[in-house]
Design a protein around this ligand. Structure first.
Ligand code: ADP
Length: 274
């Protein structure tokens, strides 16, 4: 599939289209605590539209918390998060910034798709319906349009022949590829990937990573990934952010972070995982 296939040509949904090169995600002085544990510490970072950014770092350094804040599964204690130019954490009322209400959060969150470690497919629905359910019920797409898009996406992830199966009839790798297609079916601006291969048997990992490489190469979607797959991170990333203790220890293009990191801590981490 090339960059000018129908997947890219279809009209945008009602959400604001991102401006090329604009910031799609911005964290501004975000702090998140669990009790006395400061998990994210005054964190600033941004992801530009169309870029692929990978978060690496030791377990417990706060990477997954970032994705969970973006999915509004958690709330920041301090700071602001913007997605596609709108505050996710706040909304403007009478010229003032107030904590965001549910309706505002739902609208801004439409820009975001997420794939989890555990695939979380709807077990009682066949593959096709797993892909069409939310576009029809949440975005108001017609069943026909949703099914057409679902077929395109199943082709993208190499699962066309499994369209009429239930999730349990598929391997873990195939289920994860359905989950990726399902996230894309909602036409998000950004795809969040949370260690999407870590629950898979080793022989199934490559197929999922290949699909993601393909999506990174052939679509204009922005990606924010947490991964322990360093070769994958090196291949797809425009930028790699090395986390330590809830802060970005260093960031840069993959050649720099993997080839010539600034910090000993990064070098130690990489030598333990590579
Ligand atoms: P990473 O993804 O880098 O491994 P996480 O973001 O998952 O790190 O976790 C960061 C820290 O936050 C860890 O110390 C973890 O124990 C803690 N944490 C995460 N979720 C919760 C929670 N729901 N309640 C309490 N502590 C949590």
């Amino acid at each position: 599939m090339s960059a000018d296939t129908p997947l890219q040509k279809e009209p945008e949904s009602s959400q604001n289209p991102p401006v090329d090169g604009s910031e799609l995600i911005r964290f501004d002085k975000v702090t998140k605590r669990f009790g006395s544990n400061v998990v994210l510490d005054n964190l600033d970072f941004s992801v530009d539209s169309g870029k692929h950014v990978t978060l690496i770092g030791p377990s417990g350094s706060g990477k997954t918390t970032i994705l969970r804040l973006l999915m509004t599964l958690l709330k920041a204690d301090e700071g602001t998060i913007k997605v596609n130019g709108d505050y996710l954490t706040h909304e403007e009322k009478n010229g003032k910034l107030v904590p965001a209400g549910e309706k505002h959060i739902r609208e801004v969150r439409k820009n975001i798709g997420m794939v989890f470690q555990q695939f979380n497919l709807f077990p009682n629905m066949k593959v096709l319906r797993n892909l069409t359910e939310a576009p029809v019920t949440v975005l108001g797409m017609s069943k026909e349009a949703a099914e057409e898009r679902a077929r395109d996406l199943l082709e993208l992830v190499g699962l066309t022949e499994h369209i009429d199966k239930y999730p349990t009839q598929l391997s873990g790798g195939q289920q994860q590829r359905v989950a990726i297609a399902r996230a894309l079916a909602m036409r998000p601006k950004v795809l969040l990937l949370d260690e999407v291969t870590s629950a898979l048997d080793p022989e199934l990992v490559a197929g999922v990573l290949d699909v993601l490489r393909d999506i990174a190469r052939t679509t204009d979607i922005t990606m924010l990934c947490v991964t322990h797959e360093m070769n994958f991170a090196r291949d797809i990333s425009d930028a790699v952010l090395m986390f330590d203790k809830g802060r970005v220890l260093e960031s840069g293009p993959p050649e720099k972070i993997f080839g010539d990191p600034e910090h000993d801590r990064t070098r130690e981490f990489l030598s333990a995982v590579l």
